[in-house]
Design a protein around this ligand. Structure first.
Ligand code: FE2
Ligand code: FE2
Length: 319
């Protein structure tokens, strides 16, 4: 297996959509959680809680992205890519803050996520943190490894973003509009910036063996953390005594369209490992940007009702 860096070209029409004169930008958002019920997806608490795991993983995970990327910025020699990475950092910081705001609401509804988020914080800060490595090859190796892990994770955030933008079954089931807007605003920005992490990895390293190895790490970690999070929510839900999460429920929810299907999740594996893979091949920038133009949370619709705004490095609360 050759380890030669290999840079598949982005799909031109998808890449162009990202760049207006300002480049990739974070959007200020505000959401109001008071009226969102614990079972915001009526009739399917398992699917709702499986999606709720995003609120557990993303705040710590996306802050970790930002921490790693700030260390990589000095290594970027392409100005447009550097601008993309700065925009990406701004968007991910906003995503982390917006999901973080859901957690106190879950706690008020009787589902305290703190024991689980403490484990997730440990995972990102200690296991995937900077470690006490001397300057030089070992430190650079660990930085490149983490850049590649982020590219693999972003393959899945783009996959999920594309799924939620098209998951009409969530609307048909009467999902809470505030939660749907959070998921679709975030999903749309994931689709919008889906090429940045991969392009950065290809720019600073791009080794195929590293891509495969770090995909395996990211996939194993995501699977482990996600199933633990779904089990945690089901077992601690005050309205569901003795509830459990199971693979059968995951399979059924996928068939019904309230979660991604098992088949689509399996297909995403060879897609990422293909040597001709580029993130722009999946999802639609036009669809993402169209959603963002009408998203209530990203356009101040909830702000008048005293909603909480997400604070990122480039923006404050929409007043
Ligand atoms: Fe994100
Ligand atoms: Fe992202």
């Amino acid at each position: 297996m050759s380890n030669t860096p290999h840079a598949p070209a982005p799909v031109a029409s998808e890449h162009i959509g990202l760049y207006d004169r300002r480049g990739l930008q974070p959007r200020n958002v505000s959401f109001s959680w008071e009226d969102t019920p614990l079972h915001w997806l009526p009739g399917d608490p398992f699917a709702g809680h499986t999606i709720n795991v995003l609120h557990l993983l993303l705040p710590a995970g996306e802050r970790w992205f930002v921490h790693v990327y700030k260390q990589v910025l000095p290594l970027i020699t392409d100005e447009r890519l550097r601008a993309d990475v700065v925009g990406f950092i701004g968007q991910e910081a906003m995503h982390a803050a917006a999901h973080d705001d859901v957690l106190p609401h879950l706690k008020r509804l009787g589902l305290d996520p703190t024991p689980y988020t403490a484990q997730v914080d440990w995972f990102f800060e200690k296991l995937l943190g900077d470690r006490t490595l001397p300057p030089g090859r070992a430190r650079k190796w660990w930085l490149m490894e983490r850049v590649a892990i982020i590219a693999a994770v972003e393959h899945y955030t783009a996959f999920l973003g594309n799924w939620v933008l098209n998951a009409d079954e969530l609307d048909r089931r009467g999902a809470d509009p505030m939660m749907l807007d959070l998921l679709r605003w975030h999903g749309a920005e994931e689709v919008e910036h889906r090429s940045v992490a991969f392009d950065l990895f290809m720019h600073v390293d791009g080794g195929y063996r590293r891509r495969v190895r770090t995909w395996a790490t990211a996939f194993a970690a995501l699977t482990f953390l996600w199933q633990r999070g779904a089990r945690y929510f089901m077992e601690n839900d005050p309205e569901l005594p003795a509830a459990k999460a199971s693979l059968g429920q995951l399979f059924r929810a996928g068939q019904q369209g309230v979660l991604p299907s098992t088949g689509s999740m399996l297909k995403s594996i060879p897609a990422y490992l293909s040597r001709s893979y580029h993130p722009s091949q999946e999802g639609s920038t036009a669809q993402a940007v169209a959603y963002l133009a009408t998203s209530p949370g990203a356009n101040g619709a909830h702000a008048a009702n005293g909603a909480h705004g997400a604070h990122g490095p480039h923006g404050g609360v929409r007043a």
